[in-house]
Write a protein that binds this ligand. Structure first.
Ligand code: GLC
Length: 536
């Protein structure tokens, strides 16, 4: 490995911005975002101050799950552009000093992938064992009780060859059999293809699903299941996910990535903290960043979140680098979950915690989930369980660039409708407004990237109660910062006496706070948060 000049890697000091390509910028009028669209918006992304872009899948796909069903691992879907467009994108990202992270979807392919077409063609096809084919039980029922995340059984009957195949997601997304070395080789070849082009890393889709119990044992019933939950949650996926053997596979992926200079693997993993930590590997030999989704999943309550931060910090392995995620294409947007005012507190939170922040396109202008009428729902998760309100369309609506036609996203008919208020809530408006969410994000990002304490310093909790969280960020020989956040809507009070902490508010959700000196006590209004540059 090459010696780095820096003590920290780019992905430790950096900030990741997730783009959902379908919804970022359309350039050909088909109502769907594309790679040339991303290219023309790179200056915007750079101006925000983020340092890396993660793109949701842009590869050939029948789009049953909007790209998470891939039919070719080494090409670009014509809907998004061409390989030539991709090469330009990569160069342009690098020219701006940013990094590009691609989505890798190794757990399953599309049912239209040539591998699966071959595999399903006959029992003795050489690729038969590339997928999880099994006989029915004597009564004709599926091999076991495993469920699909998107509803119903995880097993689909194939008339032609009289066997079931397993799909943890849609039946159009058959799971690969990762116990087969030929499958491993094929996926490693795909990874090399993109690494050779110079991509800076992968976000690996559902990495904890990769390998399943060899004996296909039934999953146990979830005693905490409630009817409003997705049907998948009726069982605990103890045999269909998070198997011990997954770690061997991830180590192999990591070894491959380590043959290239300074590349990154992020793992998408929804697991409790202690199981999550195993994905850093022994001496950090698995993923660099197992996504930490606690800010997405926990109720927005100060005590619970403060406790979770401490548990997470304590559970991290030596040299394990933390990370925090505030939004993604699978979960309701932060502004809808906690409210527009509180979303600023959330931004201040994300950007002052210790560890790499990932933010979701549009959250920087406070975009909200858009109500999508039943007849316009596109997301398979929403369509398959219509009574449960689980559609992910609301958080995937087009980026609101300006107050013109379709918010400047497309000249055609957008694939998902836009927010009703885009004329007032858009990038153009907010860039011109010193008090907008955009300006707030930009200033915070800028400060985080400038100040070592915020960028890579320690996290020291100093207080939490039912409303407030307060902590200090501190790096050696650098100014320290105190952050006090009110996660509730009502006023909250913090006494500092005896702590000898004094300083001046540098950035606050409410601009009137800025420049104010802090010493004895702090009275924060509801939905307020402050960042104080400490002088003692
Ligand atoms: C991941 C993706 C999600 C997708 C699923 C199946 O959770 O984030 O969008 O539907 O995997 O690939």
């Amino acid at each position: 490995m090459t010696e780095l000049n820096h003590k920290y890697r780019w992905w430790q000091e950096g900030i990741i911005y997730q783009i959902y390509p379908r919804s970022f910028q359309d350039t050909n009028g088909d109502g769907i975002g594309d790679i040339p669209g991303i290219i023309i918006r790179l200056d915007y992304v750079q101006s925000l101050g983020v340092t890396a872009i993660w793109l949701s899948p842009i590869f050939p796909s029948p789009m049953a799950d909007f790209g998470y069903d891939m039919s070719d691992y080494q090409d670009i879907d014509p809907l998004f552009g061409s390989l030539a467009d991709f090469d330009v994108l990569l160069t342009e990202v690098h020219n701006r000093g940013m990094k590009l992270i691609l989505d890798l979807v190794p757990n399953h392919t599309s049912s239209q992938h040539p591998w699966f077409l071959e595999s399903r063609s006959s029992l003795d096809n050489p690729k038969r064992d590339w997928y999880m084919w099994h006989d029915a039980r004597p009564d004709g029922s599926p091999p076991n009780n495993w469920l699909s995340v998107f509803g119903g059984s995880g097993w689909e009957w194939d008339e032609l060859t009289q066997q079931y195949y397993y799909h943890g997601f849609l039946k159009e997304q058959p799971d690969l059999n990762w116990r087969n070395p030929a499958v491993q080789d094929a996926m490693f070849t795909a990874m090399r293809f993109w690494l050779d082009k110079g991509v800076d890393g992968f976000r690996v889709d559902v990495i904890w699903h990769l390998i399943k119990d060899k004996q296909l044992r039934d999953n146990p019933v979830n005693p905490d299941y409630k009817p409003h939950m997705a049907t998948y949650d009726q069982l605990l996926p103890v045999y269909s996910t998070d198997q011990p053997e997954v770690h061997d596979l991830i180590r192999q992926m990591r070894q491959l990535v380590d043959l290239y200079e300074d590349r990154l693997i992020i793992g998408e993993i929804y697991l409790p903290v202690h199981q999550l930590m195993a994905y850093y590997g022994v001496d950090g030999n698995e993923v660099h960043l197992p996504f930490n989704f606690q800010l997405l999943l926990l109720p927005w309550e100060a005590l619970q979140i403060a406790t979770a931060i401490n548990e997470y910090e304590q559970a991290l392995p030596v040299n394990g680098w933390p990370n925090w995620v505030l939004g993604n294409h699978d979960r309701p947007r932060i502004a809808s979950r906690v409210g527009t005012e509180q979303a600023r507190v959330a931004a201040l939170f994300l950007l002052t915690l210790r560890g790499t922040p990932t933010l979701y396109y549009g959250d920087e202008i406070g975009m909200r989930d858009v109500a999508i009428p039943f007849e316009e729902v596109q997301d398979p998760q929403g369509l398959n369980m219509p009574e449960k309100n689980l559609s992910r369309d609301p958080e995937r609506t087009p980026m609101q660039w300006n107050s013109q036609l379709n918010a400047g996203f497309t000249e055609g008919k957008p694939w998902l409708r836009l927010a009703r208020d885009f004329v007032r809530q858009n990038v153009d408006q907010q860039q011109a407004d010193p008090h907008s969410m955009f300006t707030f994000y930009k200033r915070m990002i800028n400060l985080r990237q400038r100040e070592p304490s915020l960028n890579v310093g320690d996290y020291r909790p100093i207080h939490s109660d039912a409303q407030l969280i307060a902590y200090i960020r501190h790096a050696e020989n650098a100014p320290r910062f105190l952050i006090v956040l009110n996660l509730s809507h009502s006023p909250g009070y913090l006494t500092l006496s005896g702590r000898s902490l004094t300083g001046v508010v540098e950035i606050a959700t409410l601009p009137e706070w800025e420049g104010f000196s802090i010493s004895e006590s702090i009275s924060l209004g509801g939905d307020e948060g402050i960042l104080v540059r400490l002088t003692t």
